[in-house]
Design a protein around this ligand. Structure first.
Ligand SMILES: Nc1ncnc2c1ncn2[C@@H]1O[C@H](COP(=O)(O)OP(=O)(O)O)[C@@H](O)[C@H]1O
Ligand SMILES: O=C(O)C1=C[C@@H](OP(=O)(O)O)[C@@H](O)[C@H](O)C1
Ligand SMILES: [Mg+2]
Length: 168
């Protein structure tokens, strides 16, 4: 498999696990949000505030193409909403092993609370997380591999993904 793509709801650990995986495999770690921030020369909260979510979603698709099409050895941590566009799901499946990270709602809340960098939580994770989780409850089902991260260390999760990669 040429690349690994991590998908999952906010706070499931995509960005963190990507770094651990990159270390283990000696591959290149890419955080899609960072790739967008660099291309747009603005932070994610700034992009949502100044240009709006549709603009952010277009930049997200461009970043996915840039980081995956014709590439190999990339470990791409996507943002939680990158799976919503069918075009994006196609790019992911065509270019790598797609791994969905999951976590229970209590764990997600603990991990994202007090983080100002996720504009969709509107500074009120307790209200926004249950709503968004309900809306996206099947959004990550297209991944062939699914790993519950709630009670696992980042290193355990990275090891499981490497196993899946070898079995692929
Ligand atoms: N397996 C884990 N165990 C404990 N904390 C974790 C784990 N994975 C991620 N975290 C923590 O949760 C927070 C959100 O993780 P992050 O990687 O940013 O998630 P995502 O990119 O999926 O939104 C970070 O503070 C991170 O250190
Ligand atoms: O779920 C979403 O729609 C989003 C998730 C964020 O990434 P994380 O999942 O890494 O927090 C980031 O892309 C943006 O704030 C939108
Ligand atoms: Mg992230």
């Amino acid at each position: 498999m040429r690349n690994i793509v991590l998908i999952g709801f906010m706070g499931t650990g995509k960005s963190t696990v990507a770094a651990a995986l990159a270390e283990r495999l000696g591959w290149n770690r890419v955080d899609l949000d960072t790739s967008i921030e660099e291309a747009e020369n603005a932070t994610i909260p700034q992009l949502f505030a100044d240009k709006g979510e549709p603009y952010f979603r277009r930049a997200e698709t461009e970043a996915l193409k840039r980081e995956l099409d014709g590439r190999e050895g990339q470990i791409v941590a996507t943002g939680g909403g990158a799976v919503l566009a069918e075009e994006n799901r196609g790019i992911m499946l065509a270019n790598g092993l797609v791994v969905a990270l999951t976590a229970d709602i209590g764990t997600i809340l603990q991990r994202v609370q007090n983080d100002p960098n996720r504009p969709l939580l509107r500074g009120n994770a307790e209200q926004a997380v249950p709503e968004l989780l309900e809306r996206r409850k099947h959004a990550y089902d297209f991944a062939p591999v699914r790993i519950d991260t709630s009670d696992k260390t980042v290193e355990q999760i990275a090891a499981e993904i490497v196993e899946q990669l070898m079995a692929d």
